[in-house]
Design a protein. Structure first.
Length: 179
């Protein structure tokens, strides 16, 4: 009997590792291939579908998977796309953002099933992300003023992500696989 339990636990751990890797890949690919650099300022940032994918994953799979997918997926994007200096900050800011969304969306055993709570979770996570990148830019540019120029771009990025993620989550939650 003990061998069966060990085998089941081992298979579940393997599945969780594979699932995490797939979710990281989804965020990475969504960020890498579908992005537009904003002409707002030198550090105006990008609008990309990685934010929407991060939001979807956090709502569908919860805080741990959201944090892992956001941190590693977008951090990896920074490493391979010329934003290398930003990678550690992205890892923290996007990992926290994914965690916050998942934690709120999954609070009180709701498991991401309430549209208003999911929208609220994303909205609450935006200041977390903005603060992370503000601190990053303050360190990189050695200024507390310059980082303000990236806030509009980050707001656009998060708004686009929210407008895509919520309808996609509604559709996914109707599938038997995600119920």
């Amino acid at each position: 009997m003990e061998n069966i339990v060990t085998s089941v636990n081992s298979k579940n751990k393997t599945f969780q590792i594979i699932l995490s890797a797939m979710l990281i890949s989804l965020v990475f690919v969504s960020t890498l291939f579908l992005n537009i650099r904003l002409p707002i300022a030198a550090n105006g940032g990008l609008v990309h579908l990685g934010s929407a994918m991060l939001f979807i994953i956090s709502i569908i799979f919860g805080p741990k998977k959201g944090a892992i997918a956001g941190a590693f997926g977008m951090g990896l994007f920074d490493l391979v796309s010329g934003w290398t200096l930003w990678a550690p900050f992205t890892f923290i800011a996007r990992g926290l953002q994914g965690y916050v969304i998942g934690k709120i969306a999954w609070s009180f055993h709701r498991q991401g099933n309430y549209v208003l709570l999911n929208s609220f979770a994303i909205i609450i996570s935006i200041p977390v992300m903005l603060t992370g990148y503000y601190i990053c830019e303050a360190i990189l540019f050695q200024s507390w003023i310059i980082p303000f120029t990236s806030i509009p771009g980050n707001l656009v990025q998060n708004t686009v992500g929210l407008l895509i993620a919520i309808p996609v989550c509604i559709m996914l939650k109707k599938l038997p696989l995600f119920k």
